[in-house]
Design a protein around this ligand. Structure first.
Ligand SMILES: CC/C=C\C/C=C\C/C=C\C/C=C\C/C=C\C/C=C\CCC(=O)N[C@@H](Cc1ccccc1)C(=O)O
Ligand SMILES: [Zn+2]
Ligand SMILES: [Zn+2]
Length: 478
C-alpha cells in the first residue's frame, strides 16, 4: 500500500511563506501568551484567573479561527479548548493536534530575564512556556489562522485539543476532552503532541542532529514510603529512628538501579535506524545488536540521559520528617517518582522496589501510577509517523535521519489512547542539552526563527495531512 497510488498524494498547495507583517504579528502573539502566568501548582491549585485570561487572549490574536463557520470551538473543564475543524472529505479519518497552556511553577532565582516577561533579546523570546508548551499551542493556532486567511479549506477533518492542566495530571482537561470525543464515537487516525525533538549534541559520537519521534512514553509511579516509630525524648534515642530506617531504604533503592531493559524496548529500534549516522566501528556495532546488544546497553547506562532510555528510573523528589530538634520523629516520609520503561509494568516495578527495600517497617503507598503507553506504529503504513517524517524532511532538509523512540516524560496524549493506536510525540524544534535543562528549569527561551519554523512546520503538516494515504517512503528505505 505504501508504494502504490502516490499520484493521490498532494504536496502543500499554499506555500509556507509569511509576510514581514505576519512574522511580526506571530512573534508578538507568542510574547503575549508567555506574559500570562498560567501556572499549575497542583491539580487543586491552578492560576484560574490567568487561564481564563489566556482563553480570552486566544480570541483576540486568532480572530479568524474563532469566526470560521467550519470550525467549532468548545471550552472543556472550564479552561481547556477543543476545536473541531470540519474537512471537506468525510471519508478521511480525522486526526488531532495537541498542546497545553499551563506551565510549571518556576524557580525564582537565576533567570536572565523575568520568567513571565516574554522579552525579546538577542533573537530569543524568553520565558516560561516558550518550549513547554505555549510555543506549540500558539504555533498550531497561528498556522491555522494563516491558512484560513489564505482561504484554505482542509480535506481531512482534525481536532485541536489544548489542555490546561497537563503539568499536574490532565484530569480536568485532556481526560475530559477524550471522554467527550468517545461519547461522540470519534476514532482518530493519529495524534501529534509535545514530546521529543530534533536532538543535537546528546550523543557524543553523533555529529549530526537527528529527529526522534516518540512512539511510546514511559509509565509512571509516584510512590510514598513511610516509616512510623514511637516518638520520645531525643536525649535517650532508640537504636534506630524513622528517619534512619527510611534513609537506609531509599539509599538501597538509589544504589540498586532497575534492570536494564534495552533488549526488549523500542530503543533498540531507535539505534538500529540511527546506526548509519555513526562513524566506524559504532555503525557496525549498532547494525548488529543481536551480537553487541549487551555492550551497547552498558554504554547507554553511562550517561544520565541515555540511561533513561534503557531502564525504569527513580528519583527521590520529596523527603519529610521531624517535628522538633529534641523529639524523636514519629513519622518519616519520602516520595519517589519513577518512570517505567515500556518493557515493564507498574506491578513488576512495585514488586522489585519492595524486594530491594526488604524492610517490613517501610510502608508503601502508591499516590498515582500508570503503565507505559503502547508502541505506536512507525512502519511505511503508519500515516501519522510518515506525515511527520515527510514534513520534517521538507522543513529541515539538513536533518537526514528520523527515528522512532520513547518519550521519557509524560504527556496529555496518554489520555487519548482509547481513540487511536497512533500517538506521536514530537516538537519540530532543535533541542540541545542546555535547552533540555531549561525545560522545567530556568532561562527557558525560543529563538524567533525557531518559532517561525515551528509555525511553518504545522502550516505544511496540516496540508500534508490532506493526502488520502501515507507519503512515499524515504529514499534510504526504497
Ligand atoms: C539514542 C538516543 C540518544 C539520545 C537521546 C536521549 C534521550 C532523549 C533526550 C532528550 C529528551 C528529549 C526530549 C524530552 C523533553 C521533555 C520531555 C517531554 C515531555 C514531558 C512533558 C512533561 O514535562 N510532563 C510532566 C507532567 C506530568 C506530571 C505528572 C503526570 C504526567 C505528566 C512530567 O512528565 O513530569
Ligand atoms: Zn509540556
Ligand atoms: Zn512540562
Amino acid at each position: 500500500k505504501g508504494l502504490k497510488g502516490r499520484e493521490h498524494q498532494r504536496a502543500p498547495q499554499i506555500p509556507s511563506q509569511f509576510s514581514p507583517g505576519e512574522r511580526f504579528a506571530m512573534k508578538e502573539a507568542l510574547k503575549g501568551a508567555i506574559r500570562i502566568p498560567t501556572v499549575s501548582f497542583s491539580p487543586e491549585n491552578l492560576n484560574v484567573t490567568a487561564l481564563a485570561e489566556f482563553g480570552e487572549y486566544l480570541r483576540t490574536v486568532f480572530p479568524t479561527v474563532f469566526k470560521t463557520s467550519f470550525i467549532q470551538h468548545e471550552v472543556i473543564g472550564e479552561y481547556s479548548h477543543l476545536f473541531t475543524v470540519r474537512g471537506s472529505d468525510p471519508s478521511l479519518q480525522p486526526y488531532m493536534l495537541m498542546a497545553h497552556s499551563d506551565v510549571v511553577p518556576t524557580p525564582e532565582e537565576g533567570w536572565e530575564v523575568p520568567p513571565f516577561s516574554g522579552l525579546e533579546r538577542d533573537g530569543f523570546i524568553h520565558g516560561q512556556g516558550t518550549l513547554d508548551n505555549k510555543n506549540s499551542l500558539m504555533a498550531i493556532l497561528q498556522a491555522l489562522e494563516l491558512l484560513l486567511n489564505r482561504n484554505y479549506i482542509p480535506r481531512r477533518s482534525f481536532f485541536i485539543a489544548l489542555g490546561h492542566d497537563e503539568e499536574v495530571s490532565g484530569h480536568n482537561g485532556a481526560q475530559k476532552i477524550s471522554a467527550l470525543l468517545q461519547t461522540r464515537g470519534v476514532k482518530l487516525a493519529f495524534i501529534v503532541d509535545e514530546g521529543n525533538f530534533i536532538l543535537d549534541g546528546f550523543v557524543s559520537y553523533l555529529k549530526k542532529p537527528f529527529a526522534m519521534i516518540a512512539v511510546s512514553e514511559k509509565g509512571l509511579i509516584n510512590l510514598r514510603l513511610q516509616v512510623n516509630m514511637t516518638p520520645g525524648h531525643s536525649s535517650a534515642p532508640p537504636k534506630e529512628t524513622s528517619i534512619g530506617v527510611l534513609a537506609a531504604a531509599v539509599s538501597r533503592l538509589e544504589q540498586t538501579p532497575m534492570p536494564n531493559m534495552f533488549v526488549s524496548g523500542p530503543t533498540k529500534m531507535t539505534l538500529q535506524e540511527l546506526a548509519h549516522e555513526f562513524p566506524f566501528p559504532a555503525n557496525i556495532i549498532l547494525s548488529n545488536l543481536w551480537l553487541f546488544g549487551p555492550l551497547v546497553s552498558r554504554f547507554m547506562e553511562r550517561s544520565y540521559i541515555t540511561n533513561t532510555l534503557v531502564r525504569t528510573t527513580m528519583a527521590l523528589t520529596m523527603f519529610n520528617a521531624g517535628v522538633k530538634v529534641n523529639v524523636i520523629p514519629p513519622v518519616a516520609q519520602a516520595i519517589i517518582n519513577m518512570r517505567i520503561h515500556p518493557a515493564q509494568t507498574v506491578q513488576e516495578v512495585l514488586d522489585l522496589v519492595k524486594n530491594i527495600v526488604a524492610d517490613s517497617r517501610v510502608q508503601f503507598h502508591v499516590l498515582n501510577a500508570f503503565d507505559p503507553l503502547p508502541v505506536s506504529p512507525s512502519d511505511h503504513q503508519a500515516l501519522g509517523y510518515q506525515l511527520l517524517r515527510q514534513t520534517i524532511q521538507s522543513i529541515f532538509p539538513e536533518v537526514s535521519t528520523v527515528v522512532p523512540g520513547i518519550c521519557i516524560g509524560n504527556t496529555d496524549s496518554r489520555h487519548y489512547a482509547n481513540l487511536t493506536t497512533g500517538i506521536y510525540r514530537f516538537n519540530p524544534l532543535y533541542l540541545r542539552p542546555q535547552s533540555f535543562r531549561s525545560i522545567h528549569g530556568i532561562n527557558e527561551k525560543i529563538s524567533v526563527q525557531a518559532y517561525e519554523t515551528q509555525v511553518k512546520f504545522i502550516f505544511e503538516f496540516i496540508q500534508n495531512a490532506d493526502a488520502d494515504q501515507e507519503p512515499a517512503p524515504h529514499r534510504h528505505e526504497l
